[in-house]
Design a protein around this ligand. Structure first.
Ligand code: R5P
Length: 310
């Protein structure tokens, strides 16, 4: 087994390496003067079981290209098996045609990863489970419950908690978590008037006097969460917290979250934190390194991954 890190999230790769006690194989990524990417793997990979860790987060196109080129280098270096470890799979939200003459970019990206030569994919909380079917290679889509559930139960054991989905699309995820911790469930009926701007309409369920925990896969502009937090407060929520897997937090999102009624936004380190995120008073990052590391070990040893979630 060999672990290699791309440039998108080296801190996470280092933690996975520490968990597995497997050193990171050096990988040199250079830029030509026209910005073309060149990748050189600095150790022999012939016959090895390779795990290449790269989130296709901002700048998504650069990180994606780096991933594809690295997979090509590994393939041509005669790696026995290449697992693309994608803690965050960018482009996932483009998983269907939203109108005439529009792309399904998530499928295109999956095709590119397969064409480059990946044999497997290991990822975390895809935007929708069906995206697994965009890959014609084995794809393990890890759930964040093993990291979120202990954190929530430790913090809110004595409270009356209500898990809230900030939109109808996230109900399955929220219901799953609510069931795991034995909490109530509420749903926010969100209407998005135009792309990038979200508007909260109705809270479905009783949140009065409860500690509300919003659960989502992605926080990008922060609009969905912050509007939801306001709506929950208006309905009498005692406190509003949020647990979101992928902290994309683009543009002014961190400032927006900081100024929102959210007491705490907990995100994972599937995407590397910026200094602004680290300094924000109400944003906390928890690590998925041991979850990813354990899944990688089980893949390497041909052992069950679903056993991790029982
Ligand atoms: C939408 O379907 C996703 O699950 C998230 O709710 C959405 O991507 C969040 O985006 P934003 O933070 O920009 O409102």
């Amino acid at each position: 087994m060999k672990l290699i890190s791309g440039n998108s999230n080296r801190a996470l790769a280092e933690q996975v390496s520490a968990y597995l006690d497997v050193p990171l194989t050096p990988c040199n990524v250079k830029r030509f003067s026209d910005n073309e990417i060149f990748v050189e793997i600095m150790d022999n990979v012939r016959g090895k079981d390779i795990f290449f860790i790269q989130s296709t987060s901002y700048p998504a196109n650069d990180h994606l290209m780096e991933l594809l080129i690295a997979i090509d280098a590994l393939k041509r270096g005669s790696a026995r098996r290449i697992t693309a470890v994608l803690p965050y799979f960018g482009y996932a939200r483009q998983d269907r045609k939203t109108g005439g003459r529009t792309p399904i970019s998530a499928k295109l990206v999956a095709n590119l990863i397969m064409a480059a030569g990946a044999d497997r994919v290991l990822t975390l909380e895809l935007h929708t489970g069906q995206i697994q079917g965009f890959f014609d290679i084995p794809t393990d889509n890890l759930s964040s419950t093993p990291v979120f559930v202990p954190h929530i139960t430790e913090k809110f054991s004595s409270e009356s908690v209500c898990i809230v989905s900030p939109d109808v699309g996230g109900v399955v995820r929220a219901r799953h978590l609510a069931k795991r911790i034995g909490a109530d469930l509420a749903i926010i009926d969100k209407r998005r008037e135009k792309a990038g701007v979200s508007e909260v309409m109705n809270v479905i369920g009783d949140v009065n006097g409860k500690v509300c925990i919003l659960v989502d896969d992605i926080v990008d502009s922060g609009g969905t969460l912050c509007n939801a937090a306001v709506a929950l407060e208006e309905q009498g929520a005692k406190e509003v917290h949020a647990y979101v897997v992928h902290g994309v937090l683009s543009g002014a999102a961190v400032e927006r979250v900081s100024n929102s009624p959210l007491k705490k936004l907990v995100i994972t380190d599937s995407i590397a934190a910026t200094d602004e995120m680290r300094l924000a008073h109400n944003i906390e990052q928890i690590s998925i390194a041991s979850l990813l590391g354990e899944a990688a070990r089980r893949i390497s040893e041909e052992r069950s991954i679903s056993a991790l979630f029982r």
